[in-house]
Design a protein around this ligand. Structure first.
Ligand SMILES: Cc1cc2nc3c(=O)[nH]c(=O)nc-3n(C[C@H](O)[C@H](O)[C@H](O)COP(=O)(O)OP(=O)(O)OC[C@H]3O[C@@H](n4cnc5c(N)ncnc54)[C@H](O)[C@@H]3O)c2cc1C
Length: 387
């Protein structure tokens, strides 16, 4: 039997995870990434138990645990710094089997990249069209040397929020919509030990996550009209958060100008009726772009990859049934998490009314920590499929 061939469109965290999952199952993989260089922009990520188990299943445990940092869980504060709720680290380990890890996106991307054969990775290659037939698919792309065509048994659409494959093969699905919030983020050198924590104010949230080796990731989110830009984004963050409790002013003071990223948050508001069309399977943000409020977007992309790899372990033989199984396992979970993430944003970062803020603070103080943790971590309670 010929070696089955998969073309993965997009070399982000989702695409590289999918390529690795299929490579480990005996597939020949070709990753086409339109950027001239394979790298991840952005600051940090929180990897919860589900993401860590998915990365374990890809064989990445040793590389990960030697590089990254177990979070010191903190909890939720108000903008004066009063704790509304504390996360009990021992209870988290009891409920989920592991604490969470903070990691720089670039580190995770590098670990994934290094686990793949270098010959499978192609940059400067923008996919323009995919045609799916009954028993194969054709990928048309524009590479550094001009147009090219690839034949594949399977095409994985991991081309992100603005997925061209989704627009082409699911034309009835509207484009992603603005979720109402804009976010600033940065990774900075900050060696002082601080807990992972979020702080809520009216229609605003600030979060901080240690990501190891003396580095820290912070983000600030506010409710705002889309498309806003400031000539100095760091100054804009200081305007919003500079008078909040320590260490927020200290983190902003330690942030060099020019490293702050600003993104409006968009999500796929219309859920896809299937993640599979013919020989094409969507994954990650292409399939279920969600708001970042549960910190699960990348985690769900990695889970998708592990499940897709397991479903396709029989090679190209029986692929329609394998892809149907992938869709059946992934769609309900990822779409439920996307809905929950949107709700978490409305109840968390986007809450503005003073009375609602007071009720939320009282509710958080009265909820037993164990129940609160369970409500926050249900999405992390996932295990890879057994072989
Ligand atoms: C502010 C913020 C904070 C977040 N925090 C977290 C967190 O703490 N934890 C977490 O798990 N998730 C988090 N996320 C979500 C996470 O970043 C995404 O869900 C994840 O990166 C999606 O990965 P992906 O590979 O699906 O898409 P992407 O990372 O968007 O990758 C898509 C790739 O496809 C390439 N591409 C696009 N079109 C083409 C084409 N036609 N041809 C070839 N290549 C193409 C792009 O260049 C890109 O490299 C956050 C998101 C935001 C915005």
């Amino acid at each position: 039997m010929d070696e089955p061939h998969a073309v993965v469109v997009g070399g982000g965290i989702g695409g590289l995870s999918a390529a690795l999952a299929l490579h480990r199952r005996g597939w020949r993989v070709t990753v086409l990434e339109r950027a001239p260089e394979l790298r991840e922009v952005g600051a940090g990520l929180t990897l919860m138990a589900n993401s860590l188990r998915a990365l374990d299943a890809l064989g990445l445990s040793p590389a990960l645990r030697s590089t990254v940092h177990a979070e010191a869980p903190g909890g939720v504060r108000d903008r004066r710094g009063r704790w509304l709720s504390r996360v009990d680290a021992a209870e988290m380990i009891r409920q989920l089997g592991t604490s969470a890890l903070g990691i720089h996106r670039a580190t995770l991307h590098r670990i994934l990249r290094e686990a793949l054969p270098a010959s499978s990775l192609h940059t400067g290659a923008e996919v323009e069209q995919v045609e799916s037939e009954t028993d194969h698919a054709t990928v048309r792309y524009r590479g550094p040397d001009g147009p090219g065509t690839l034949d594949a048994d399977l095409v994985v659409g991991a081309d992100g929020l603005r997925s061209r494959l989704r627009a082409q093969l699911w034309p009835e699905i509207p484009a992603p919509v603005y979720a109402g919030s804009t976010t600033w983020r940065a990774a900075i050198a900050f060696p002082d030990p601080i807990p992972t924590a979020i702080t809520w104010g009216p229609a605003a949230e600030f979060g901080m996550v240690p990501i190891g080796e003396g580095w820290l990731y912070w983000y600030g989110a506010i409710t705002a009209p889309p498309g806003g830009h400031a000539p100095d984004e760091l100054a804009a963050v200081r305007d919003h958060f500079g008078a909040w409790h320590e260490p927020i002013p200290a983190l902003l003071a330690a942030t060099p100008p020019g490293v702050v990223l600003r993104n409006d948050i968009h999500h796929l508001a219309t859920p896809l009726p299937s993640y599979v069309r013919g020989r094409v399977a969507l994954l990650g943000d292409a399939a279920h772009a969600m708001t970042p409020n549960l910190g699960q977007g990348a985690g769900q992309a990695i889970e998708d990859a592990v499940v897709l790899g397991a479903a396709c372990s029989g090679g190209a033989e029986g692929l329609p049934a394998a892809l149907a199984a992938y869709d059946e396992q992934r769609r309900p979970r990822t779409q439920a998490i996307a809905r929950a993430s949107l709700r978490a944003g409305r109840y968390g970062q986007q809450l503005r009314n003073p009375l609602a803020l007071a009720v939320r603070a009282a509710a958080l103080r009265l909820t037993p920590p164990r129940a609160l943790l369970r409500s926050m971590t249900w999405s992390a309670d996932w295990r890879p499929p057994r072989d």
